[in-house]
Design a protein around this ligand. Structure first.
Ligand code: NDP
Length: 256
């Protein structure tokens, strides 16, 4: 294995939901590894700023407006990106939301929006970008799942999120098997809690954090860059014999 196995020089990577949080850290990490990165997010203002920051740091990046639930928009984005930048080598399905509520109180709208974005969006993008990858005979897809796809994280009432992320895990394995002989690898990472807007919004009291630290063997939240490093590994040739894997990044939480 050489350092080149961890580089993405000359490769084109698309990261959904990269206008902030984990997606932004992934985009920055892949750019540092040499990839040209497309920030694909529905937030145009922040997305443009992320692309500009990567370019200012010496990397290569562009923004494309994308709502991962919009099949027509996803198909159009595939064409736009291909025409402007060439074939996509790496797709990171990162866009996601969470709506916490006890199952008995969850609205149908909240259920549907989580399933549509966190699971449906992963399928739509994997299908649309993956089709081109299969034609080209090469590509790597990394889906951002969660430990919530494997275990319930009490006391969070996250029925829709858990169901969506469990779906992402088996979607990952299904696509990996389907495309294994076509040169396209499909893997996922499953982070525990990472300090981003998705996690911190609405949590001003310290009780939740103290509970979480107690339950996590490493005693802290994860950082976006720690997820990004794992994504780089799965995106790059360093992981060339790995497909259908869900890599846990949780400070030991699910090992307890
Ligand atoms: P953030 O809320 O910080 O960022 C999510 C980004 O995705 C936002 O820019 C958001 O834009 C965008 N997005 C949401 N919906 C769509 C959509 N339909 N189309 C395009 N972009 C969209 O979340 P995180 O960075 O924390 O999470 C990123 C991923 O990591 C998610 O899949 C999440 O489930 C997963 N994850 C996060 C963990 C954590 O602890 N933070 C732990 C485990 C997994 P907008 O502002 O418009 O909503």
């Amino acid at each position: 294995m050489s350092d080149a196995d961890f580089r993405l020089d000359g490769k084109l990577a698309v990261v959904t939901g990269a206008a902030r949080g984990i997606g932004r850290a992934i985009a920055e990490r892949l750019a540092k590894a040499g990839a040209k990165v497309v920030i694909a997010d529905r937030d145009m203002v922040e997305g443009d700023l992320v692309a500009a920051a990567i370019v200012a740091a010496g990397g290569s990046a562009a923004f494309v407006s994308l709502d991962v639930t919009d099949a027509v928009g996803v198909a159009a984005a595939v064409e736009t990106i291909h025409a402007a930048h060439g074939p996509v080598d790496v797709l990171v399905n990162n866009a996601g939301i969470v709506r916490n509520a006890p199952a008995t109180e969850m609205s149908l709208d909240d259920w549907k929006s989580v399933i549509d974005i966190d699971l449906g969006g992963v399928f739509l993008c994997a299908q649309a970008f993956g089709r081109r990858m299969v034609e080209a005979g090469r590509g790597s897809i990394v889906n951002i799942s969660s430990i919530c796809g494997e275990v319930t994280v009490t006391p969070q009432p996250q029925v829709s999120y858990n169901a969506a992320k469990a779906g992402v895990n088996l979607l990952t394995k299904s696509l990996a098997v389907e495309w294994a002989k076509r040169g396209v690898r499909v893997n996922a990472v499953a982070p525990g809690y990472v300090g981003t807007e998705l996690t911190l919004r609405g949590r001003s009291n310290s009780e939740w954090f103290e509970t979480w630290m107690r339950w996590t063997p490493m005693g802290r939240l994860g950082e976006p860059r720690e997820v990004a490093n794992a994504v780089l590994f799965l995106a790059a040739d360093a992981s060339s014999y790995i497909t259908g894997t869900v890599l846990t990044i949780d400070g030991g939480y699910t090992a307890m």
